[in-house]
Design a protein around this ligand. Sequence first.
Ligand code: URA
Length: 235
Amino acid sequence: MRLDKYLADLQVGTRSQVKEYVKKGLVSVNGQVVKKADIKIDEATDEVRYQGKSLSYQKYRYYMLHKPSGVVTATKDNIDKTVIDLLPKELTKDIFPVGRLDKDTEGLLLLTNDGELSHNLLSPKKHVAKTYYVECDGQLDNVKIEQLCAGVDIGDEAITLPAKVEVITIKDDNYVIKLTITEGRFHQVKRMIQAIGGQVIYLKRLSMRSLVLDETLEKGDFRELSAEEIAGLKS
Ligand code: URA
């Protein structure tokens, strides 16, 4: 990464300010004062100091995205806009989505460059809880909802693991529920609702392990996770 970009990313100053600071000899790399702002540094290994103070570059970055409908959960796509396209370009290096939400699903999506955390959250052995807000259409009733809790046949080898259901409203044949599952099978929620004779008409992820969607984020917006949120995901 260019030194001036690195310094600007760390908010030492604007791009033109940091160039001035470098010219004035206020910046050193690995103990040597440097006078050129366009030199390349390795942000993972080089030690950069500004006015003698060591700057640290975050190795891992964690962003919470409020995924809107209509974007695909991928890093690249030839046709559709991706969740990565919703971040400013300079933040996207090595960033990928943790798990997948369907194109028409909204809500919480974690974006990071931390492969180990991603692996731990997605591993089928870890049974990480994910809660969804689900609007369903169809002839559902409490017996069927109980089946959903116990586990249903969605056409895979095994029935789904026990789930938690909180019924929010029932209106005519429409159910609005909060569904918590601990697996991440393909189209799992939609297939679970189909298995009990319903159809998902709106789906939004509310939480993953301890991480809860920040409802102050507009659809399509993102923010960095707080230290507590990161610790919660790792615990
Ligand atoms: N289950 C689904 O069916 N779709 C999603 O996007 C997430 C979970």
